[in-house]
Design a protein. Structure first.
Length: 303
């Protein structure tokens, strides 16, 4: 479900951004506005980013092999990290360069009405993409706020699309205001708007890079899932106590679980084996994301 929701949001964003980038470049050709050009580059970069996310999702479905014995699920983390780098280098750095260049040599955009119409249409299309991602996120975030969901989710695609679309909407509003002010007040506002768009994209890119880097290195199960696992272990007869537990996501919707438990010393070897198998089944029933489970009987103080 999480993977399907992320794919739906990516496709909606891709369709919107391809149309928006074409419209913005046409608008830049008519107006010469640097803010319009920065937004065109932004949407073009976003379109490429969404294609990379789709590619990562496709490659992540490859079956496990001898080299990648836990599968290729973390491909999705890797490509989400690459997207954050592209957003920074192609979106933010270019916008800052173009804004500084126009700040030195400011001039009024031409065909103001054309520029404003294109930006207004782009805002509507980006709004459609954002609402799609918002609805998909709402299916998964439960009682968490949207900000908390972006921070704690192990799904890399939805935060990327949500933040890209949020940044795009804010950037479009900035471009709309800066183009209008450059015509009515001073041409320098076009350059200022472009610089603001560059700074906005840089901030989003850095945040995404930090979040996806954490997932790429390896994050554990959510606190909610860890608590559910502990409750299953506590209720299991024959288990004296949980000694140690470690989790690691091998893909956005699955993780590896390794636990060490102290078991009733009166149990025979066969009974211990049965107990371990029963515990594994019960954990999977409660937490289906626990795909790989390793249970080691031990004694307290053995490490």
């Amino acid at each position: 479900m999480a993977s399907e929701g992320g794919t739906k949001a990516i496709i909606a964003a891709l369709i919107a951004n391809v149309g928006i980038s074409i419209a913005k470049f046409v608008g830049w050709g008519f107006t010469g506005s640097s803010a319009m050009l920065a937004e065109g580059i932004h949407s073009f970069a976003d379109s490429g980013n969404q294609m990379l996310l789709l590619l990562g999702g496709r490659w992540a479905k490859r079956p496990a092999d001898d080299i990648h014995q836990f599968g290729y699920g973390r491909e999705r983390f890797f490509w989400a990290f690459i997207v954050s780098l592209i957003l920074f280098s192609l979106g933010s750095v270019f916008s800052l360069y173009e804004g500084i260049h126009k700040l030195v040599n400011p001039h009024k955009p031409e065909n103001l009405i054309v520029a404003l119409i294109i930006l207004a249409v782009a805002i509507l299309l980006e709004g459609y993409s954002f609402i799609t991602a918002w609805k998909e996120a709402n299916k998964l975030r439960g009682n968490y706020s949207l900000w908390e969901f972006i921070h704690i989710t192990r799904n890399p695609e939805l935060p990327v699309v949500l933040l890209e679309d949020s940044g795009a909407l804010v950037g479009l509003v900035i471009a709309f205001i800066s183009v209008l002010l450059s015509e009515l007040v001073n041409p320098v506002f076009d350059a200022i708007g472009t610089i603001c768009i560059g700074l906005l994209l840089g901030a989003i890119a850095i945040f995404l890079a930090v979040e996806t880097k954490s997932m790429l290195i390896g994050e554990g199960a959510s606190e909610q899932e860890a608590t559910m696992i502990r409750k299953v272990i506590d209720l299991e007869p024959g288990i004296v106590k949980l000694l140690n537990m470690r989790t690691l996501h091998t893909a956005p919707e699955e993780f590896m679980l390794a636990i060490k438990v102290e078991m009733d010393s009166t149990l025979s070897y066969a009974e211990v084996a049965d107990q371990v198998n029963a515990l594994e089944m019960k954990i999977r029933e409660v937490v289906p994301h626990a795909r790989y489970i390793f249970i080691e009987p031990g004694l307290d103080g053995q490490g």
